[in-house]
Design a protein around this ligand. Structure first.
Ligand SMILES: *[C@@H]1O[C@H](CO)[C@@H](O)[C@H](O)[C@H]1NC(C)=O
Length: 400
């Protein structure tokens, strides 16, 4: 019997069951299956995965289980300490959509207990969302507030538009040859800064709303500066991920007609893939973890499966703070890349505003950062979805 040679006989047992599935079962075979199944129940009663469909798929079930433990802890933290950061709220909504889709599409082979686990996580997301007082949210600027509120209003649509996840389109991108210091220098020269990015995204959304409400034959127009900010040139760091978000919004709201926006996002994600790999080679310098997870989240949710790797998943899992949240001191990094201004704002109002935003992002009693936590939530939920999509799932272990 195979069971005598491996702890639970899972590997071999699977092969037997799988074969029997295709064979015309004789009585003898059927009895053998029964015997193996009984033995398995007896020896593996503690296992969370009682049966499985394909050998490769089963290896992903424990991974998803590990992620679910991390998410439980993360959500528990923010259930107790509600965040005032709009980005956290957006991440909750998007993660909810991805999880709901994943649960609805689950393969029959996924153990019931894991399914229940995922359902519990969606319920927990709902509870965390309910605890947030929308009036308390803190915005870094009026432009940003407009963008975020437009995203809130369209959350149902945004969180249900899911790109199918595929592999093999990113190519074998090599990390950059230059050093992290050179990368920082380079990023400083790339547009746009955060202020310009917020202004442009707002402009894009206003134009989109106008086009939708007037029902005229008007097209969603953008100023040439804004259009070139999103489309032209190259970018790095947060400059680049902010362009992905703007392009995704442009595509969802039918802006930038005549331009192949998905092709543009594809090009951006190839660039980003190089950068994500570089951040890893540079051993994740302080302040870059948020960016790393944002890159994974934004590009994987556009369907680029290369961003989902067990190795990267393990890193994200390991970065969780003991209290459940995620931390990353990204302010210095954002300044060094020129994404935010180096000097402190001049007016008292601006300084007060900056203080409130900082306070909202950094929860009390430690270095928890809500954007970092938001990116961890989003990227981990995307890992769950990808790992459970059986037709591709088996490929992720071999990805480099
Ligand atoms: C899901 O939540 C319920 C109620 O809180 C709990 O009893 C159950 O054990 C949870 N299931 C899993 C698999 O964690």
């Amino acid at each position: 019997m195979p069971n005598q040679h491996s702890p639970c006989g899972q590997k071999l047992l699977y092969r037997y069951l799988f074969k029997f599935h295709f064979l015309n079962c004789s009585v003898e075979y059927k009895m053998q299956v029964k015997y193996i199944a009984l033995l398995t129940i007896f020896t593996c009663s503690q296992a969370i995965y009682p049966y499985f469909d394909t050998q490769d798929f089963i290896y992903n079930v424990p991974k998803v289980y590990r992620i679910s433990i991390v998410l439980d802890k993360l959500l528990d933290y923010y259930e107790r300490k509600p965040s005032k950061d709009p980005e956290w709220y957006i991440a909750l909504g998007m993660a909810r959509g991805q999880l709901e889709y994943t649960i609805n599409e689950l393969d029959k082979a996924v153990p019931e207990k894991l399914k229940e686990n995922l359902k519990n996580i969606t319920r927990r997301i709902d509870r965390v969302r309910k605890k947030i007082d929308m009036g308390d949210l803190v915005y870094r600027s009026k432009d940003y507030e407009y963008v975020v509120k437009a995203i809130f209003e369209n959350m149902d649509v945004l969180s249900s538009v899911l790109e199918p996840i595929t592999l093999g389109t990113m190519g074998t991108q090599k990390p950059y040859r230059f050093t992290f210091e050179q990368y920082l220098q380079e990023a400083r020269t790339k547009m746009p800064g955060r202020k310009a990015a917020d202004a442009c995204t707002m402009q894009l959304l206003i134009s989109a709303m106008e086009t939708q409400t007037t029902q005229s034959d008007g097209v969603c127009e953008m100023t040439p500066e804004c259009s070139s900010q999103i489309i032209k040139g190259s970018g790095l760091a947060f400059q680049q991920t902010s362009r992905v978000r703007a392009a995704v919004l442009a595509s969802l709201f039918d802006c930038m007609e005549g331009l192949d926006v998905p092709a543009h996002i594809y090009k951006l994600c190839i660039q980003i893939y190089k950068e994500t790999k570089s951040l890893e080679v540079w051993d994740h310098p302080p302040g870059t973890k948020t960016l790393f997870m944002q890159q994974i989240l934004y590009c994987a949710s556009q369907g680029y499966g290369e961003f989902v790797k067990p190795r990267w998943m393990n890193k994200i899992i390991a970065w969780q703070q003991p209290k459940g949240c995620y931390a990353d001191d990204r302010q210095p990094f954002m300044r060094l890349t020129g994404f935010v201004g180096a000097s402190t704002p001049a007016t008292l109002n601006d300084r007060e505003e900056e203080y409130r935003v900082k306070k909202a992002a950094t929860s009390e009693g430690g270095a928890c950062n809500s954007l970092t936590s938001a990116m961890a939530l989003g990227s981990l939920v995307l890992h769950i979805r990808t790992l459970l999509e059986t037709d591709q799932a088996f490929q992720y272990d071999v990805l480099l």
